[in-house]
Design a binder for this molecule. Structure first.
Ligand code: HSE
Length: 377
């Protein structure tokens, strides 16, 4: 299968190297503004050299960001080419449109590396969603924040130093705000929920609270209480209502999620027949992510068609039903029942995700300081 590769950064570079070892996958042309001496493929700065090349069967987009990735993916699908992407931002934003384009052109569209890095999570989720009813998906979906929280927990490392190291390892986004504020995990939750439940939820409906205000005092208080803090993405469906959010959550030391460290992700699905299944592996980094992109190409070369699902019912998110206890450390007055304390934070009674996130947003808007963490069961 001839591939047109868009981008040769961390993921694209790893994909290119791994593809050289595959007999059936040939990177014919690379889109790059710069000349790339030493590469075996043709290099062009003009996307039309790829879209209009009848010998190119599949376009691999690893540019990241919304534009021009959106225009290039659309053009490739319209031209009847298959598309593989690791770009969660563009898939999350244009989910319905890409599904429609793939449906009408009959081309294959895959984005397994867009959620879970090197883990075949979306592929597995889609297999299960075809034979079972999925109740929830939940887990660590961002390698950068997991790396930072693990370093802060294990060696008392400083937040800023740990972020720099995550950038050096190729885990963090170009602008790491998306990682540390939870937007990257939110995009992965949206894509996963869409595939799991056959819906299309607006990303604006999914509240996010990240780890940028987590202090070493918070981490110490959690450690003293036998807890470990993780940034968690969650989506569930109950009585036809979908809940979804991204927030820090505390787990008992010794649990599988607490023991998932560094750049690793762990994602657990719960379904009516297969019950509970967890998937774990490196969630970021060039080689694991590039390998997952290559795995999508191999599936397509072997005849995979369409998207994981062709169902995308427009649905909204209702977080009023999901209730949990929270750790809250804030400069503001807490308007909820307080049932205890942990370090300099308060423990609240069960509060809905919507009420807690609305409170946290208001505190931030008013210029106050706040860190929250749900307390896992
Ligand atoms: N910045 C992302 C992360 C890369 O840290 O998980 C993989 O999607």
């Amino acid at each position: 299968m001839n591939v047109g590769l868009l981008g040769i950064g961390t993921v694209g570079g790893a994909f290119y190297k791994l593809a050289l070892e595959q007999e059936n996958i040939n990177v014919k042309t690379l889109l790059s503004r710069r000349e790339r001496p030493g590469l075996e493929c043709r290099v062009t700065p003009d996307i039309n050299d790829i879209i209009n090349d009848p010998e190119i069967d599949c376009v691999v987009e690893v540019l990241g960001g919304l534009h021009p990735a959106y225009e290039y993916i659309s053009a490739a699908l319209k031209a009847g080419k298959s598309v593989v992407t690791a770009n969660k931002a563009v898939v999350c934003e244009y989910y319905d449109e890409f599904l429609d384009l793939a449906k009408s052109s009959g081309a294959a569209f895959r984005c397994t590396a867009a959620a879970g890095g090197g883990i075949p999570w979306l592929e597995s989720l889609s297999r299960i969603s075809q034979l079972d009813e999925i109740d929830s998906i939940e887990g660590i979906l961002n390698g950068t924040t997991n790396f930072i929280l693990s370093a802060m927990t294990n060696s008392g490392a400083d937040y800023a130093e740990s972020l720099k190291e995550a950038q050096r390892l190729g885990y963090a986004e170009a602008d790491p705000t998306a990682d540390v504020e939870g937007f990257d995990a939110m995009r992965k939750v949206v894509i996963s929920a869409n595939v799991a439940f056959g819906v299309s939820i607006p990303k604006e409906d999914v509240p996010c609270f990240g780890i940028s205000t987590c202090s070493s005092e918070d981490i110490k208080a959690f450690r003293d209480a036998g807890k470990v803090c993780k940034l968690i993405g969650h989506a569930s469906k109950k009585d036809g209502k979908i809940s979804a959010c991204v927030e820090p959550m505390l787990f008992d030391k010794g649990s599988a999620t607490a023991g998932t460290e560094g750049g690793y992700n762990i994602i657990t699905l719960k379904a009516k027949r297969v019950m509970t299944q967890s998937f774990t592996g490196l969630g970021a980094g060039g080689d694991p992510t590039g390998a997952n992109v290559l795995a999508d190409c191999i599936s397509i070369a072997n005849g995979a068609k369409g998207f994981y699902t062709d169902k995308a019912v427009r649905s909204s998110v209702d977080n009023s039903v999901l209730k949990q206890n929270y750790y809250v450390r804030t400069s503001a007055e807490i308007p909820f029942e307080i049932t205890g304390e942990m370090g300099s934070g308060a423990i609240t009674g069960k509060e809905s995700v919507s009420d807690m996130h609305a409170f946290a947003s208001k505190v931030r808007k008013d210029g106050g300081s706040i860190f929250i963490a749900a307390i896992g069961e």
